[in-house]
Design a protein around this ligand. Structure first.
Ligand code: NDP
Length: 277
């Protein structure tokens, strides 16, 4: 398993499990538990997914079954827009902790920038306070464009350790990636499999056949080759294992170039400049 080091010296696993659109029942618990038993050490949760309680049970059962400790895991959750505003952050953070059954998070993210810049900045200051008080190990953002990150860089005390954004071969985010690189902010991809759409692409399938891997493994490896942390979601035990079996091969430069060339700026999620919940 590979880890990435943030600008603050802390580390995060390069591949984790996403849990968006997973029912808050044994489906969530079993997926998280199976992931931990299979070697995953990172789980990407969010308050708005409505499944933090069952994700938390999966974490607790996974820790026991894999005979590891809480400190071996890297747990992320995200602050939802209706809890924005500096004065609301700590309460929302504690609500997520309670649901997850944890006493700290490894990473807490602002889920979206929103459309009110002052509120965005005020909320970030709330996250900074959590970090200063050592209640959370790392703070970051999600769905921020360069424009939003520039506002933070002019006014904030701490810069985010990472920015979690939509990224797959149809949306390669080159300009944002270069900006994040220059500013030592890690990029993390959401919907890396494009919610399975990219797995049907001909080029992806050709490369997969050529190197005897699955299309999902090709895409996850492509994230790793680009230095992008990723969190593919699956509730299917065999796919959870498959998506993590990506550390024993590499893509060559031609594969990477062919995948990069698939870019067409196509999003499956909302435009971060306009989304407000
Ligand atoms: P993904 O791109 O990870 O795709 C998930 C879909 O692909 C599911 O239908 C899954 O099916 C299927 N799948 C997974 N592995 C395989 C495989 N090996 N072969 C074939 N099909 C496969 O979608 P998500 O949108 O869930 O994104 C991943 C995570 O990113 C989310 O769960 C969430 O944690 C995060 N996210 C964050 C957002 C943000 O705004 N910050 C927005 C959206 C997502 P099945 O489960 O049935 O196996």
């Amino acid at each position: 398993m590979n880890y990435t080091t943030f600008h603050n010296g802390n580390t995060m696993p390069n591949v984790g499990l996403g849990v968006f659109r997973v029912e808050n029942d044994d489906t969530a618990k079993d997926a998280v538990k199976h992931a931990i038993i299979s070697g995953y050490r990172s789980i990407d949760a969010a308050f708005i997914y409505g499944n933090e309680s069952k994700v938390g049970e999966g974490i607790s059962e996974g820790i026991k079954a894999a005979n590891i400790s809480r400190e071996d895991l890297f747990i992320t959750s995200k602050l939802w827009l209706e809890d924005y505003g500096k004065e609301n952050v700590k309460r929302a953070y504690e609500k997520s902790l309670k649901l997850l059954g944890l006493d700290y998070l490894d990473l807490y993210l602002m889920h979206w920038p929103g459309t009110d810049e002052n509120l965005m900045l005020d909320t970030w200051i709330g996250l900074e306070e959590l970090y200063q008080q050592k209640l959370v190990n790392n703070i970051g953002v999600s769905n921020f464009n360069i424009y939003h990150l520039e506002i933070l860089s002019n006014k904030a005390t701490y810069k985010p350790v990472l920015n979690q954004v939509e990224f797959h071969p149809y949306l390669t985010q080159l300009e944002l990636r270069n900006y994040l690189d220059r500013n030592s902010i890690q990029m993390e991809s959401w919907s890396p499999l494009m919610n399975s759409e990219i797995l049907k692409d001909n080029v992806v399938n050709q490369i997969a056949r050529e190197i005897n891997k699955t299309p999902a493994q090709v895409i996850i490896r492509w994230n790793i080759e680009h230095g992008v942390i990723t969190i593919p979601k699956s509730i299917t035990p065999s796919r959870i294992e498959e998506n993590f079996d990506v550390f024993n091969f590499k893509l060559n430069d031609t594969h990477i170039r062919k995948l990069d060339e698939l870019n067409k700026g196509k999003r499956i999620g909302p435009n971060p400049n306009k989304f407000n919940g």
